[in-house]
Write a protein that binds this ligand. Sequence first.
Ligand code: FNR
Length: 398
Amino acid sequence: TIYRNKLLGGEAPPTTTDPSLLEKQAKEVMPEEGFNYVAGGAGEGSTMEANRLAFRQWKLIPRMMRPALDRDMRVELFGHTYESPLLMAPVGVMSAYHQDKELGVASACADLRVPFIISTAASSSIEEIAEHVGNEAPRWFQLYWPRSESLTASLLKRARASGCKVLVVTLDTFTMAWRPRDLDLGYLPFVLGEGNANGFSDPEFRKMFARAQKDKGNQDGDEEITPDDNVIEASLHWISEAFSGEARRWEDIAILKRHWDGPIVLKGIVSVEDAKLALKHGADGIVVSNHGGRQLDGSIASLEVLPEIVDAVGGKMTVLFDSGVRTGADAMKALCLGAKGVLVGRPVIYGLGIAGKEGAKNVLAGLLADLHQSMGLAGIKLYPRATEGRLTFHNSHK
Ligand code: FNR
């Protein structure tokens, strides 16, 4: 469609089709703080850079005369068949990038049948998103694991009731990393009330907040204090409740299982040891991810550890991948190295920042088209076919 529109003089797409220009285009139109929050990494950005370099080290070796006209991108994940192996990564506080926020990106995903992973730190609540996109749109829920079991249980109950099929538990962000761009600008969207929709709408959180205010003597009479009465105070309370600090142990997976009977995926795994522990403690899958280089700076590129992790656990659990995917060929490399699905974060958010829902949709549609085209050019028909993929590979550093 993109080629046809160009040739026939159709409307220019709202975002560039050049992945290397997308960030620049976003920078020109997005609010400075929102842009920096998205574009930034932790520390000096070395992991963010390593993520991109790792893709350059793997080279594809396309095969000729292998007709792949009827190529099929469908993939089965946790008992459901999805149209393609591409998923929208959980990204918080989307109202900080464009007024279309989560509702826009979720409906772009729904149009393209891409699963939308709702972030705990979303600026639209789980229920608002579910209602906006309807029952058929595939969605998962990402948990920042709260300290309290009752709050955890409440969020999971809501996610289940709103039709989220898979629980993604992010382990690498129990506290925020050193992120210079945000620190220098004094920007923390959570504190500004942006990423708290799920907290502010949560009955359990509202009770906890009212109790805390009462204990502090902030309450006149019997009327409960709600998060909307004091947004800053409530946001700080939500952050301290919603992020577990360093308190979690592997055994705690059992807590999640008490409150979630569907598949559980642990996000933020970059070591073979942790992948094995995830399996041992009953996780159904992992996302090999370093949070797009936003957490521990200096940590290994996700793509670099992917093959070892797939070798260790790939036959026994579902291995998903993210961090640094910018093109169809990138997604294909991760898939050929054994990932069953690929999450994409920043590019779609740049699309949102540039042109709202239509921008996000254009970026996603471009990635899907590019992946489909790349498969054809490489002579690959079906995913996931790790063995076929591996034959087409060469790592120039091994
Ligand atoms: C994120 N990410 C993230 N992850 C998560 O589990 N919960 C969240 O709320 C967020 N929020 C968030 C905000 C922004 C602005 C970004 C860029 C990222 C991490 C995200 O899910 C994913 O791991 C990375 O974005 C993948 O890397 P790329 O595709 O951005 O390179």
